[in-house]
Design a protein around this ligand. Sequence first.
Ligand code: PMP
Ligand code: GLN
Length: 384
Amino acid sequence: LNRRLAEFGTTIFAEMSALAVRTGSINLGQGFPDTDGPEEIREAAVRALREGRGNQYPPGPGIPELRTAITAHQLRRYGLSYDPDTEVLVTAGATEAIAAALLALLEPGDEVIAFEPYYDSYAACIAMAGGTRVPVTLRAHEGGFRLDLDELRDAVTDRTRLLLINTPHNPTGTVLTREELTAIAELAVERDLLVVTDEVYEHLVFDEAGHLPLATFPGMRERTVSIGSAGKTFSFTGWKVGWVTAAEGLVAAVRSAKQFLTYVASGPFQYAVAEALALPDSYFSAFREDMLAKRDLLAAGLTEAGFQVFRPAGTYFITTDIRPLGESDGFAFCRALPDRAGVVAIPNAVFYDHREAGAPYVRFAFCKQTAVLEEAVRRLKALA
Ligand code: PMP
Ligand code: GLN
């Protein structure tokens, strides 16, 4: 393994899911739903497969039906207008979109600012692209983890090329406010930075404001690469369908990298996702309501079990502080949890450069059936 990747090892999600299987534990670690997305969308994939649509290489940028559905979705939900022929790219999940964007846009030595804790592929992809990551730590407050805008401004140097933003944020559940996004946009314009914004949890925002795409802020459309995922929005994480929307020059750059990563992917599933994006608003609101009820169930259960809970404003993750349980090392806690309680969770420290800053935090996923969450809570309460 080369020096760029040597520090990364096996992803925490693979490690913890294997641990869950080995110990027969309830897996609240890796973020995947235990119920598949809409039946009619599954049927749409079967139909495409049977009818021979997408069984051979689909077009490089994605099938036209899906590109059109993505632009219609961006317009309908956010008033963002993109050209389906030149300003959209279908990718093998958001994971490939992140990788291709960083590989396409960074020169070796360029600095990338990302919020810490960050989704694990960010660090690895910045490294593969030869960039330097500059973490800005989200700080825990009573109400949740927040960005310090002064720290963000201070992190920008002459070598900063790109801001890598994630809202709603995995693993903290933080949703950036209009004020925070305005400040980020002003900074990007003032320092002439590109922005890659990972908005895969765009449909899982629980407060009134809803999701505010960074690309809608002044000066941002032309410098922002926005990323979405059918895995997250439609609960088909195995299909690996994601997308990028951005101005033509940026999409062309990302496409240049993408064509040498997977070239294309997920043929029949692209047809199904095109139908999914056209589902009525009732699908999206029911999905959000369902996750909201699950958030409340797990948040209440974890609180009763003695954890300090940071109630997430978005995503399907809850970050907790384990110090009220007399624990301080999230790694040790998560390694022992299957034996102690038959539950698997993720130590947030893996998402930090400053590991000590993340040490006492542990993440639980709540995209699981109600009975599963109830059983997990019962087991965790026995810990105290
Ligand atoms: N970004 C974030 C913040 C995520 O949580 C995930 C999924 N865990 C991804 C990207 C990857 O999405 P996909 O499964 O579409 O590759
Ligand atoms: N995004 C999911 C999570 O945060 C996992 C994705 C993966 O396994 N790479 O749990």
